[in-house]
Ligand binder design. Structure first.
Ligand code: C2E
Ligand code: MG
Ligand code: MG
Ligand code: MG
Length: 277
């Protein structure tokens, strides 16, 4: 798509910028305006509890529909939003939107679920993070235990002492903390002893084709066992087939999320799903 934008290229060029691709410059400019132009939307991917068969949670995933370019993947723009600091206002918008939405569902009599919000390391390192979250919860009147934060190992390992302190503050608010993409980051297992966390999210890559892949079988069963011994819940993400699901049920995984259960849903569809439950 950058090629189609060539005519706009020069107006975005800044001499103080390091060498970056024109794609990135164009994307950054669009990103700066996306919030005020209301181009973002939150999708919700249901999370199913295996022992009850019920949807008890959902992960909030940002979606960006650019008026001319159409859908742009978060894997493409989140890293840029982090680099530019735009992730802070964008992240706050997501948090507020999600908390408001969860409250609206509850007030509409729908079963109460817990919504997981991805938090980037840049947000995690903001000095006012706890205060901002407390403020959003009180504005929206959402019970703190309906909100979960997903952090990656890499975000937590940058400065473990600070991470412990901030996580304790967040836990004191009553939030739930999950480690996202567990097993893929740069980390040491000793943080599992130190950090006050509630849940491990096993990354897609260990779930993929688990029934045929003996190494993934070993990793999945060991992680589930370890999580339970540490009194943590465990959710597998990216479940795509009935075989993967059966394996996770047989091996006592607590929850699953993935296209086999449901793809991420726009709000009206998520509401329908909750209503049918
Ligand atoms: P993540 O947090 O690990 O999110 C899971 C990703 O897996 C999502 O991609 C989801 O759509 C995708 N997924 C769900 N089910 C399946 C499946 O069955 N198979 C496969 N192959 N994929 C599945 P998405 O929405 O493109 O998001 C990508 C990443 O972007 C997220 O990874 C997260 O790191 C980041 N992200 C998304 N939304 C937000 C947000 O609101 N804030 C922040 N800070 N990061 C976000
Ligand atoms: Mg996530
Ligand atoms: Mg993940
Ligand atoms: Mg992942």
């Amino acid at each position: 798509w950058a090629k189609q934008q060539k005519s706009h290229y020069y107006q975005f060029y800044r001499t103080d910028m390091p060498v970056v691709s024109s794609d990135e410059i164009v994307l950054e400019t669009w990103l700066r305006y996306a919030l005020e132009r209301q181009e973002f939307e939150v999708y919700y991917q249901p999370q199913k509890q295996l022992k009850s068969g019920k949807i008890i949670g959902a992960e909030a995933l940002i979606r960006w529909c650019h008026p001319e370019q159409g859908y742009i993947s978060p894997s493409q723009f989140i890293p840029l939003a982090e680099e530019t600091g735009l992730i802070v206002p964008i992240g706050e918008w997501i948090l507020r939107t999600v908390c408001q939405q969860a409250r609206v569902w509850q007030q509409g009599g729908l079963p109460s679920i817990r919504i997981a919000v991805n938090l980037s390391s840049v947000q995690f390192n903001q000095p006012h993070l706890t205060r901002t979250i407390a403020q959003v919860l009180s504005e929206t009147e959402l019970a703190p235990n309906c909100l979960e934060l997903e952090l990656t190992e890499t975000a937590l390992m940058q400065d473990t002492e600070t991470a412990v302190r901030v996580l304790k503050e967040l836990k004191a608010l009553g939030l739930c903390i999950a480690i996202d993409d567990f097993g893929t980051g740069y980390s040491s297992l000793s943080y599992l002893k130190q950090l006050p966390i509630d849940m491990l999210k096993i990354d897609n890559c260990f779930v993929r084709g688990v029934t045929a892949d003996t190494k993934n079988i070993a990793i999945l069963t060991a992680v589930i066992q370890m999580a339970h011994d540490l009194e943590l819940s465990v959710i597998a993400e990216g479940v795509e087939t009935p075989h993967e699901l059966d394996f996770l049920i047989a091996n006592d995984c607590d929850m699953v999320q993935g296209n086999f259960v449901s793809p991420p849903l726009a709000e009206p569809d998520m509401q329908k799903l909750l209503r049918s439950q």
